[in-house]
Design a protein around this ligand. Structure first.
Ligand SMILES: *Cc1c(COP(=O)(O)O)cnc(C)c1O
Length: 223
């Protein structure tokens, strides 16, 4: 089914938008099947799970970390991660930079913003982001590169609300781009949209969509 699902979804994702296949909780066999169907970009939200999968799967996979990252787990993923979508505190960004120095890497990161109504979702406010970007500590960091923004809309069937939240994230991107990253051609990513709302995210300017259950089936957290 994974191959069929992927083919169906690819038809709905225009050129220029990257489909991140969210394989969290799913076995390596499912990832292998997606890989054989041509998928190369995968997203995971647990550091150890991603490390373990990275060890056994093909080395040309583009691994994206999309979940809340605890600072004591950073070390497991820094050697190979292509993009961290979920920088939600200054402390985390500093810790990623520090670990990246050890591996002599520059790690691409997105700033995660709180755009949903739910209190539980992680993410920065605009004010917090500006505090980071204006700080001397940030300006002295050489091993992280901020490539754009990420957000999760409210988990609801109300697509009017979801669209409004995606527009808000796009506005945040535009503001940061003009104020801090005007000359940085790498600051271009807007990561938004999941299985149930990614078509709207694409309409609102997403460059990366993170789709899990529509590709791999519903997750079962009880096993
Ligand atoms: C799980 C997850 C997704 C994918 O969710 P689906 O609804 O299965 O597509 C996307 N983004 C993040 C941050 C996630 O944790």
């Amino acid at each position: 089914m994974v191959k069929e699902n992927l083919e169906k979804i690819r038809k709905t994702v225009p050129e220029g938008v990257v489909l991140v296949a969210v394989s969290k909780t799913k076995p390596v066999e499912d990832i292998q099947e997606a890989y054989e169907a041509g998928q190369r970009v995968f997203g995971e939200n647990h550091a150890l799970e991603m490390r373990d999968k990275h060890e056994v799967l093909p080395k040309d996979i583009d691994w994206h970390f999309i979940g809340h990252l605890q600072t004591n787990k950073i070390k497991y993923i820094i050697p190979f991660t292509r993009l961290i979508h979920s920088i939600d505190t200054f402390n985390l960004l500093q810790a990623v930079n520090k670990e990246a120095v050890k591996h002599d890497r520059v790690v691409d990161c997105l700033l995660q913003f709180h755009i949903a109504e739910e209190e539980t979702k992680f993410g920065l406010s605009m004010e917090e982001a500006k505090d980071i970007l204006n700080s001397e500590i940030f300006k002295a960091m050489n091993n992280v590169r901020i490539c754009g923004v990420m957000g999760m809309a409210t988990n609801t069937d109300d697509m009017v609300l979801v669209r409004k939240e995606f527009k808000h994230l796009k506005d945040i991107f535009t503001t940061l781009k003009s104020k801090y990253f005007a000359d940085c051609e790498w600051f271009k990513e807007i990561s938004m949209g999941m299985s149930h709302d990614y078509p709207i995210a694409i309409e609102e300017g997403a460059t990366l969509v993170r789709v899990g259950s529509k590709i791999f089936g519903e997750r079962n957290y009880n096993i």
